[in-house]
Design a binder for this molecule. Structure first.
Ligand SMILES: Nc1ncnc2c1ncn2[C@@H]1O[C@H](COP(=O)(O)OP(=O)(O)OP(=O)(O)O)[C@@H](O)[C@H]1O
Length: 220
């Protein structure tokens, strides 16, 4: 099996500041990894680099073993659900937000039924009546779970998650853990939550833009 993501000695410089330095790691399909480290250590920058949002100064990012280029970055974005700390849902109501991608030709034939919408909400410990609410009036943790629900409805297999459990109560957090126990889903996340760290098979520790430690399944 080949890696889904591979960073090979990647350095990123933004506004003359080195924000990632000589980062190398691989992630295989189905693996769950978490980036941790102090504030400003470069965790979110790893996700943003993979999404083509930072220029790569040296080294290569590979996605499904293809080097990341301005054109191939579209493949990464279409295969990935990126859930930031305050996702933009891009529609007035939650229902519209969930159905938004299905207006487009690529997804039109897979528009979810009402039952499928409710089922995915339940999986994420969200009530069905959230569908009627305005997207701007739901909490940050709810927005993240709606963005997650949209990824699941779209059948996304790779999730880039930035602090998705930090705002959640125990039951909602458990629901998110349960969703990602699916061996078909690959996760590269940023988190401080010790429970999330425990559940991820791989822990990448960053310090001032450098990868200082990789722990796999409890072994350093
Ligand atoms: N667009 C940018 N322009 C300039 N500096 C940036 C930019 N994006 C990130 N940085 C800098 O890069 C460093 C790493 O930022 P990053 O957001 O990746 O850290 P982080 O580990 O995710 O932090 P936090 O835990 O606080 O979210 C920080 O010093 C930040 O100021």
């Amino acid at each position: 099996m080949s890696p889904i993501i591979r960073f090979d000695r990647v350095s990123v410089i933004v506004h003359e500041k080195t924000i990632l330095s000589d980062i190398s790691f691989t992630l295989f399909p189905g693996e769950k990894a978490v980036l941790c480290g102090k504030s400003g250590s470069g965790k979110s920058s790893v996700l943003r680099t993979l999404l083509g949002l930072h220029p790569i100064k040296s080294g290569t990012v590979y996605f499904q073993e293809q080097p990341l280029t301005p054109s191939s970055v579209q493949t990464v974005r279409s295969c990935t659900a990126y859930i930031g700390q305050e996702p933009m849902l891009g529609a007035e109501s939650v229902r519209e937000a969930l159905l938004l991608p299905f207006q487009f030709k690529t997804h039109r034939d897979h528009k979810p039924t009402e039952a499928q919408l409710i089922e995915v909400l339940q999986r994420l410990h969200l009530p069905a009546d959230i569908l009627r609410q305005e997207s701007s009036r739901i909490s940050g943790g709810e927005k993240q779970r709606i963005a997650l629900a949209r990824g699941l409805l779209l059948g996304k297999k790779l999730y880039l998650l930035d602090e998705v459990t930090s705002a959640l109560d125990a039951e909602s957090k458990q629901a998110v853990f349960d969703v990602f126990s699916d061996p078909q889903l690959t996760v590269l996340s940023v988190a401080h939550d010790p429970e999330w760290l425990e559940r991820c098979g791989i822990v990448f520790e960053l310090e001032a833009g450098r990868l200082t430690q990789v722990k796999r399944n409890g072994n350093t």
